[in-house]
Ligand binder design. Structure first.
Ligand code: FAD
Ligand code: NAP
Ligand code: SF4
Length: 674
């Protein structure tokens, strides 16, 4: 059979070693790297991905010395004592034919501690600690620390290291004038600024030997003021190649950049343009990255000459068997990363262990296990939203006989609303995945069927799982039944034709999403990269310094007020790594965000409110109610009265602060024990 992804699955010969395919699992901190006691879990996490066919993996970042720690007592490799714990990781990966490199990451001025260092004493806008400038001696010592770490990595069985030279970390702080204000041999001209990575690479090569993979992650587009020009990027690429790098990986944007680079509203493969261009400048293989989440996209990039390898990190968190499924012609079975960041990066930035919204087993491989059941049960699941879908498929895979019932004509519950929001197109993928998974797991699906306690009892189910979700909250505002007041459900389903001036009551995730929906009027920049670059000020021609230009904003489709009662900045409860993107996008669309609102009444004139005791009338055509949700669990009491064991999961269990991450995890936890 000819492979559906010939380029993706083609081995890559590096001379002294061969990678089995073109997939690199990009570095991603999971939180398991930080403590020695978690290395068995880290090993199981990487083993699963090696088993799943990944060619080369890169660990989360390990600092070469304590000064480079991301946070105090974080991951580091600088002493012989730290080597043995890594051996279980590398052995687990090698057992299944994969290869693994350790990432060397010195955080520089992103280190979250008071003794941080950088090229110059310039504080980052995203860290309260001001770094001190490394002395010339300090620079030499840091280079030696990299070499020592690489030597230890080799002893620990790694096939190579990745030297993190992008994302605004220490090396990037040296290569860009944004931070590097030195006037010694390490600052000034591009040649001097690149001396630091060049000397590190030479030292690492010497310490670790010729037959050791060195990946260099180069910042191809800094996306900040004071970033490098394209000519400087090319200079650096050639310099690191000459110094002995094996593979050139792509880095996009400093952490302090105000351009989104990986959230779900970023178009797929939006940032491969510099990789394509750099490939013509160097001889070593180059790796494309950022928002590559399907084998089709990866194959296209490899086939059209953009890159020699593709880097995917979150997609392999979402599905460890991504590569094997692609190779077996079963791409439709891949559990696709929806780039939500909710369980991975948002966790890491809150110092919590990473996992995955669509795959709660990620990073819990030894704890959340779907072992075959010893006692198959006849189970009914009511509600085919994310909770019901996840429970039904996991339980069926364990060997239970599962019937999934939904009153709607399609599976997906509220994800069918979410997928309508511009920038949330990836939610379609989760529904596609579950549609296939229901079939392969052998779940009996009944749509267009409202379950009742009587019908469930009559069928003799051993246990019933209620995943019936929520009902939207109807706040007791005088005039709430006025025709101008409409529910977000009706708006997102296109049941109401919304006027040109709108007030949105409630600024939770749904209020923000509905506002996006209203200002874009079905025109999603995510599906039109050229439009998206303009809206975020990205220079895809690479003529501007740091690839950053003025935003060119298009007018909003409507005038929108987004309101909440809390007297605080709107969107504070949104995701740590994505909330700022939502806020910036709505601000650019001139959405007026007002907190500390008291709702007085709704009438023909519009919405009457008070802000700081001052009455105001918003003369709007419609008021969209996004005031949270209440659990829908009417079936629980009659089922329990009938003596049927009943479980609640997802929105039916808790509607406050419910999100799909919690719903799917709760479903998985129940499915693993039922
Ligand atoms: P639901 O998705 O509500 O599904 C419940 C299902 O039960 C429905 O299909 C319903 O038809 C069925 N049902 C109810 N009663 C019966 C009955 N008696 N018989 C048969 N069937 C019945 N979450 C995130 O984590 N991230 C996001 O970015 C995100 N964005 C969102 C955007 C929007 C616009 C919306 C509306 C929601 C968003 N959410 C998001 C929330 C997420 O969709 C919910 O957390 C999730 O859908 C809850 O899953 P659930 O299975 O518990 O319930
Ligand atoms: P939510 O996050 O609980 O927000 C509800 C909003 O309604 C709040 O802004 C609240 O603010 C307001 N509100 C609550 N009670 C009210 C009342 N009685 N009268 C007027 N206003 C009231 O819920 P949601 O926006 O409905 O979202 C539901 C779930 O889906 C959430 O858990 C959310 O995380 C998830 N979701 C996530 C995303 C995402 O991008 N991660 C996107 C969409 C949805 P005040 O009380 O201050 O007025
Ligand atoms: Fe992807 Fe979201 Fe899972 Fe992170 S949590 S890996 S972004 S699906």
């Amino acid at each position: 059979m000819t492979s559906p992804y010939p380029h993706l699955l083609q081995p890559l010969d590096l001379g002294y070693t061969t990678l089995r395919n073109r997939v690199l699992m990009g570095s991603m901190h999971t939180g398991l790297e930080d403590k020695a006691k978690d290395f068995d879990k880290l090993a199981a996490y990487f083993e699963e991905r090696s088993k799943g066919g990944v060619g080369l993996m890169v660990t989360g970042g390990f600092a070469p010395n304590w000064q480079g720690w991301l946070s105090p007592f974080g991951s580091k490799l600088s002493s012989r004592r730290e080597v043995p714990r890594h051996l279980q990781v590398t052995e687990a990966v090698h057992r299944h034919g994969g290869k693994i490199a350790l990432q060397l990451l010195h955080a520089g001025r992103y280190s979250y501690h008071p003794l941080s260092v950088s090229a110059s004493a310039h504080k980052s806008p995203i860290n309260p600690f001001k770094p001190s400038a490394l002395s010339g001696w300090g620079v030499r010592r840091t280079i030696s620390a990299y070499a020592r770490a690489a030597e230890l990595a080799r002893k620990a069985g790694y096939d190579g290291v990745e030297i993190m030279g992008s994302e605004g970390y220490l090396i990037n702080q040296f290569t860009c004038q944004r931070v590097n204000r030195r006037d010694d041999e390490w600052g000034g001209s591009i040649e001097n600024r690149c001396r630091f990575p060049v000397e590190i690479i030479k030292a690492v090569r010497q310490a670790a030997g010729k037959d050791f993979i060195i990946i260099y992650r180069l910042s191809m587009a800094d996306l900040v003021e004071g970033g490098n020009t394209w000519d400087e990027v090319v200079y650096q690429a050639k310099a690191v190649e000459d110094a002995g790098v094996t593979l050139l990986n792509t880095g996009i944007g400093w952490h302090e950049a105000r351009v989104p680079t990986i959230v779900t509203s970023v178009p797929r493969a939006a940032f491969v343009f510099p990789t394509r261009k750099i490939r013509g400048e160097v001889k070593i293989p180059v790796i494309a990255t950022n928002r590559i989440n399907t084998p089709e996209v990866a194959e296209e990039l490899l086939g059209n000459g953009t890159c020699d390898m593709v880097s995917m990190a979150r997609p392999l968190l979402a599905d460890p068997a991504f590569v094997n499924k692609a190779a077996a012609g079963k791409a439709q079975e891949i559990n696709t990363c929806i780039a939500c960041n909710q369980a991975c990066l948002d966790h890491v930035f809150s110092l919590k262990r990473a996992s995955c919204l669509v795959n709660p087993l990620a990073c819990y491989e030894t704890e959340l296990v779907m072992a075959p059941t010893a006692k198959a049960k006849k189970l009914a699941v009511v509600g085919a939203g994310p909770a019901g879908l996840a429970f039904a498929t996991y339980a069926a895979e364990r060997g239970h006989a599962v019937t999934l019932i939904d009153q709607a004509s399609e599976i997906g519950g509220q994800f069918n609303l979410a997928k309508q929001v511009p920038g949330k197109e990836e939610f379609h993928e989760t529904l596609r995945y579950f549609a296939v998974k229901l079939r392969t797991a052998g779940v009996t699906l009944r749509l267009n069927t409202a379950a009742s306690a009587e019908s469930l009892k009559a069928e003799g189910f051993d246990e019933v799982v209620l995943a019936t979700g929520i009902s939207p909250r109807k706040p007791g505002i005088p005039g709430i039944d006025h025709p101008k007041a409409v529910s977000y459900v009706d708006v997102l389903k296109g049941r109401v034709k919304v006027g040109g001036k709108v007030a949105v009551i409630g600024a939770g995730g749904i209020g923000f999403d509905v506002s996006e929906f209203l200002v874009h009027e079905g025109n999603s920049p995510t599906l039109h990269p050229e439009h998206w670059y303009k809206e975020w000020g990205v220079d895809a021609s690479l003529s501007a310094t740091g690839a950053l230009v003025e935003k060119q904003l298009s007018a909003p489709a409507r005038e929108v007020y987004l309101l909440q009662r809390k007297d605080e900045a709107l969107g504070k409860q949104l995701g740590k790594t994505s909330g700022w993107v939502h806020r910036a996008a709505l601000k650019d669309k001139q959405v007026r965000m007002i907190g500390g609102v008291e709702y007085e009444r709704i009438d023909d004139a519009g919405l009457h409110i008070k802000v700081k005791e001052q009455p105001r009338t918003l003369e709007v055509d419609h008021i969209v109610i996004c005031a949270g949700q209440e659990p829908l669990r009417a079936l629980q009491a009659p089922l329990q009265a009938a003596g049927i064991t009943t479980h609640l999961i997802g929105g039916a269990h808790t509607a406050g602060e419910l999100d799909a991450k919690r719903a799917i995890r709760q479903a998985a936890e129940l499915a693993s024990t039922i």
